[in-house]
Design a protein around this ligand. Structure first.
Ligand code: ATP
Ligand code: MG
Length: 497
């Protein structure tokens, strides 16, 4: 066994050429059409110097051509560094340097960035999308078989806890992620997955891989719109959709008393903690929510909760997918007892083998085949995972562990609070105490004693923030995740107090 499989798109276009792979705006493509376009584009890319084995970066929005380019690169067997379009020029430049990509493919709308990058990285070849869709025929040298150990993509983590790291995702990681998901969610010939999340993020890219592996159509949106989502779920017979919490709450608000069609069977919710009131509302409105836990390193979800447990296991992220394993490790290295919190460590064929050009981070995070996620959580008696928070954000006050996410969730239940971020402040008596940064609805001024009273009714005394700061906006990264380390820096720099 050499652990090889046929090239995914080539195989799919051979098996079910006439089936639809994607609908985007008014256009749609079959697998055969996608293959033909990707083949043609692979020829153009080859002519421009793109080769098998090379690291090729792409900076592309959600679009039909993006799908064609991503599969053209797989036909050639390049390693695709997928860049996040929302990053600043400096952040992108850092990732281009870090990945040592030799080619960059960009949208025409990023032309000014393209110039900056090539000035700074003279060996970088840059290609715009228009250059790729010339009519001339060039026969590419195709990668007929892929090794499951071969690198398919490099995707950077969101950079919530530090500098982003380039995660190595192999063909095997994507394959097993798709298989694990299908074994859990099931698959029917009526399935159609709506992708309104970015293709440059694992949440979007994994939908594309599932489409080709399953032979399932997807509906692609350029960006998320709750109205368009609801319309397409009905009109285009969508059955599954991937969402993060904020998207789901906008869908729920827009639906009002309306129901989604009964054919719609799965709202796959991931990316961060899910607010309990939202989950309860979804149960009431019969929206089938599958909560998930996953990260760039696990090539999408690794733990999922089915809707039948939505209420009995409210707030749990569920159980691991069939091919994956999960363990909670205490600080002393022993496996935690049920109910006991510790670091979440995971293992499985969908889990990365390491970070690109980062031997130090790889050795720190992957030990004896287990990935140390840096997240803290516990398993209940039945093996359901409850994610508490990131280890690096833990607040230790008078020897008690405090999870900022718990305090943030309480604050968010206040009707006038729009956003909340909690971090540690050094304290001479307790070591650390929590401090809360709050954005209020319509800039309303909430008196501190009201906030304290609100927390007193819902939190143990030691968890009540000692300081409350009302601010206009919380610091967030390109994935819109809260940057608690910036809040910590603000406090340490003495900007608040
Ligand atoms: P970096 O690794 O650079 O700090 P990041 O961890 O935010 O960035 P991602 O891979 O995009 O990068 O996010 C994965 C993280 O998101 C998880 O490790 C976890 O902290 C958080 N997360 C994902 N799902 C859940 C969930 N169901 N509940 C709580 N947190 C979650
Ligand atoms: Mg991470």
């Amino acid at each position: 066994m050499d652990n090889k499989m046929p090239n995914f798109l080539t195989r799919r276009a051979f098996l079910t050429p006439e089936r639809t792979v994607v609908c985007f705006q008014e256009q749609s493509l079959t697998f055969k059409e996608l293959y033909d376009r990707s083949y043609q584009t692979a020829g153009q890319l080859q002519k421009l110097g793109v080769k098998n084995g090379q690291f090729t970066a792409v900076l592309l929005k959600n679009h039909l051509d993006t799908i064609v380019i991503l599969f053209a690169l797989q036909l050639l067997g390049t390693k695709t560094v997928i860049l996040n379009c929302r990053l600043t020029a400096a952040e992108l430049l850092w990732q281009l340097q870090d990945s040592q990509a030799s080619v960059l493919i960009v949208e025409d709308c990023f032309a000014d960035l393209k110039q900056q990058f090539t000035e700074q990285l003279p060996t970088l070849i840059s290609v715009t999308k228009t250059m790729l869709f010339a009519q001339e025929q060039v026969q590419p040298k195709l990668l007929e078989e892929v090794s499951l150990d071969e690198i398919c993509t490099i995707m950077y983590t969101s950079g919530t806890t530090g500098k982003p790291k380039g995660v190595i995702q192999t063909y095997g990681n994507h394959w097993w992620s798709a298989v694990g998901s299908a074994l859990n969610l099931g698959l029917t010939d009526q399935d159609c997955w709506l992708c309104t999340v970015p293709l440059f993020h694992i949440s979007g890219f994994s939908i594309l891989m599932r489409s080709v592996i399953y032979g399932m159509p997807i509906v692609l949106h350029e960006k998320f719109s709750e109205q368009k989502t609801i319309r397409d779920i009905k009109d285009k017979r969508v059955t599954i959709m991937s969402v993060v919490g904020t998207m789901l709450s906008r869908i729920v608000d827009t639906l009002e008393d309306e129901r989604l069609p009964k054919e719609f069977r799965c709202m796959l919710l991931g990316g961060g903690p899910a607010p309990l009131p939202l989950l309860k509302t979804c149960v009431e409105k019969q929206i089938p929510v599958f909560q998930t836990y996953g990260m760039t390193e696990t090539s999408s979800q690794i733990v999922t909760l089915s809707p039948e447990y939505s209420l009995t296991k409210l707030g749990s992220a569920g159980k691991p997918l069939f091919p994956s394993e999960i363990r909670i490790e205490r600080i002393d290295g022993a496996t935690a007892q049920p109910g006991e919190a510790g670091e979440i460590v995971v293992k499985g064929p969908n889990v990365t083998s390491g970070y690109l050009n980062r031997e130090d981070a790889t050795a720190e995070k992957i030990r004896q085949g287990w990935l140390y996620t840096g997240d803290v959580g516990y398993l209940d008696e039945e093996g359901f995972l409850f994610v508490l928070d990131r280890r690096s954000d833990l607040i230790i006050s008078g020897g008690e562990n405090i999870y900022p996410a718990e305090i943030e969730a309480v604050l968010l239940a206040h009707p006038d609070i729009l956003e909340a971020g909690v971090t540690a402040v050094d304290d001479k008596d307790w070591g650390q105490v929590p401090a809360a940064f709050i954005v209020t609805r319509n800039g309303r001024d909430i008196p501190v004693d009201e906030l304290q009273q609100f927390c007193r009714n819902r939190l143990a005394k030691y968890k009540i923030p000692k300081f409350f700061y009302l601010i206009d906006r919380l610091p967030r990264n390109a994935a819109k995740k809260l940057l608690r380390r910036t809040l910590r820096d603000w406090v340490n720099e003495g900007r608040f107090r």
